[in-house]
Design a protein around this ligand. Structure first.
Ligand SMILES: Cc1cc2nc3c(=O)[nH]c(=O)nc-3n(C[C@H](O)[C@H](O)[C@H](O)COP(=O)(O)O)c2cc1C
Length: 203
């Protein structure tokens, strides 16, 4: 029963080699992301996860903002590499931006004081689950994608992104997933011994 699911999670890979095309329609992309947001779990079902899909010229605008902020003051040695990476993300078809609504986290933390300290951790767990769900779904559709964190680079960049795309200020950026039709398969991935990572304790 789990074979299809296990095959799906193995299909999800980091792929930076993306184009500005998408073989998946905008309607389908929206439907996929909505399903992932709907069904990804959150602590006490707070439903704190948020996602924004940005495509085309707006995607280029997003990554231009990131480039402007991140390339400032970077020494020439690192600049070329970073510039190339950011250009690649901006040259994709789109980006899924992930957020956690801090207003929701603060609300539940104020109500359930016994868990107040845990809610931020559970919030990051929750957004990770959502990101994995979206990443896997995009891979199953044949799209290339990677996971980036530039959206939280600096307070100035955060403010600029929120202003440019009219996002609520309580939405805290947790990740950015640039995607597009791939031009090459993902690179080879190395795995350490699984026996050292998983234990089975028989009762
Ligand atoms: C929590 C987390 C943060 C990551 N951050 C980045 C990142 O900032 N930039 C990036 O290129 N890849 C990032 N990655 C991708 C990992 O480098 C990648 O998943 C890992 O090397 C395994 O390769 P795979 O995705 O092809 O399985 C991140 C992955 C995770 C789970």
């Amino acid at each position: 029963m789990s074979d299809a699911y296990l095959k799906a999670i193995a299909t999800r890979r980091t792929n930076y080699a993306i184009t500005n095309k998408s073989s998946v329609s905008d309607e389908k992309l929206q439907a996929i992301i909505k399903e992932c947001v709907l069904h990804s779990p959150s602590s006490f079902n707070t439903q704190s996860g948020r996602a924004v899909i940005i495509t085309g010229a707006e995607n280029a605008k997003l990554w231009n903002l990131c480039s402007e902020a991140m390339l400032k003051g970077v020494e020439p040695g690192s600049r070329t590499m970073l510039e190339g990476r950011l250009k690649g993300f901006g040259g994709g078809y789109g980006t899924v931006l992930f957020f956690e609504d801090q207003a929701v986290i603060d609300g539940i933390s104020g109500k359930m004081l016994i868990f107040a300290k845990q809610f931020p951790t559970w919030s990051t767990n929750s957004t990770g689950m959502l990101q994995a769900a979206v990443w896997t779904a995009l891979a199953l559709e044949g799209l290339g994608a990677s996971l980036q964190h530039n959206g939280a680079y600096s307070d100035e960049l955060v403010a600029e992104i929120h202003k440019t795309f009219s996002l609520p200020t309580t939405w805290t950026s947790t990740a950015m997933m640039p995607f597009g039709d791939p031009v090459a398969p993902p690179t080879e991935k190395a795995f350490g011994p699984i026996e050292e990572r998983v234990k089975f304790i028989k009762g």
